[in-house]
Write a protein that binds this ligand. Structure first.
Ligand code: B12
Length: 255
């Protein structure tokens, strides 16, 4: 497989082009609804297409899973990704770099802003128990973590950042209905730019499952983290972005 630049989806046999997708249509579940699902799948380029699952969602909606063949090719040489541009540090390495570089604890203020009450994601990053086998930022001795919790208004977040002398703001946005995550993040970024001189502004970091790392400039933040982010990645980024670059990196000192 390695070295191959053009690939196709794999279902039953290599390269057969089979894919599966799910969607909901605003029609009651009956034969006509299944025909409508097939029509949509065919218009999307699935040929042949099969409805493999259909279930009523209340009286007026139907949820479908459709399985079918696409003829499209994927050119791996044209895939663009945002590569991690900082080294991954262990908690010990991060603590040591902060202590040597800042000579004080690095202050992180986290919150789930707007109407969003989904705190599991930000807690996964901040709480000591962590995520995916990694300890959260509270575990790091040289990080002071202030977790404001859910549904925090932007003015309150700015006030807390000032009170705590925050080095970094970590915001979570999970609900994406009507682009709430985009609007809230832009509002937050604008409020911090309004409240601070650019040189004093805390680092602005946003995360959530429907963000893509490439969205940072568009959202007005310094960094975006998507689904599956681990606390170690975030701690390593904070050290990279905030600790004085004149301090000797841990790896050089211990080499
Ligand atoms: C648990 C849950 C809830 C719980 C939340 C409890 C809590 N304290 O958080 C409760 C029951 C309260 C809830 C309520 C609602 N929910 Co809900 N909920 C979920 C569910 C099932 C799981 C979310 C979760 O915990 N994921 C696990 C965490 C670990 O993953 P994560 O959030 O992606 O976080 C990771 C990364 O994204 C990243 N990350 C996240 N934030 C940050 C921040 C920073 C700074 C960084 C660096 C990284 C980072 O790191 C994390 C670890 O890798 C999802 C569906 C799903 N399977 O995802 C729906 C879902 C998010 N909910 C949804 C909805 C609609 C609602 C309600 C509106 C339902 C209703 N009608 O009342 C309400 C809204 C409440 C509100 N005001 O926000 C929808 C959102 C749809 C959309 N497009 O916006 C989803 C997708 C379900 C669905 N398919 O419809 N929900």
């Amino acid at each position: 497989m390695s070295g191959r630049s053009i690939v196709r989806p794999y279902g039953d046999t290599t390269g057969d082009g089979m894919v599966q997708l799910s969607f909901t249509l605003p029609v009651p579940h009956d034969k006509r609804a299944e025909g409508a699902a097939l029509q949509l799948a065919e218009k999307m380029g699935l040929d042949p297409a099969m409805v493999v699952h259909a279930k009523a969602v209340g009286p007026a909606f139907t949820y479908f899973i459709v399985y079918g063949r696409v003829s499209h090719l994927v050119d791996l040489s044209k895939v663009e990704v945002v590569e991690r541009d900082y080294p991954l540090l262990s908690p010990k390495e991060a603590n040591l770099t902060i202590r040597r570089g800042l000579r004080r604890r690095l202050v992180v203020v986290g919150a789930c802003i707007g109407t969003d009450a989904h705190t599991v994601g930000i807690d996964a990053i901040l709480n000591v128990k962590g995520f995916a086998g990694e300890k959260g930022l509270e575990y790091y001795r040289e990080l002071k973590v202030v977790n404001l919790g859910a549904q925090v208004g932007v003015p309150d977040l700015v006030a807390s950042a000032r009170r705590e002398h925050a080095d970094a703001i970590l915001v979570s946005q999970v609900v994406t209905q009507n682009d709430a995550h985009i609007r809230s993040t832009r509002e937050m970024a604008a409020a911090f730019r309004e409240a601070y001189d650019e040189a004093d502004r805390p680092l602005l970091v946003v995360g959530g499952p429907r963000f893509h790392e490439s969205m940072a400039a568009d959202l007005g933040v310094d960094r975006v983290f998507g689904r599956g982010t681990t606390p170690g990645e975030v701690a390593s980024y904070l050290v990279h972005a905030l600790v004085d670059s004149r301090s000797t990196p841990y790896r050089e000192r211990t080499a």
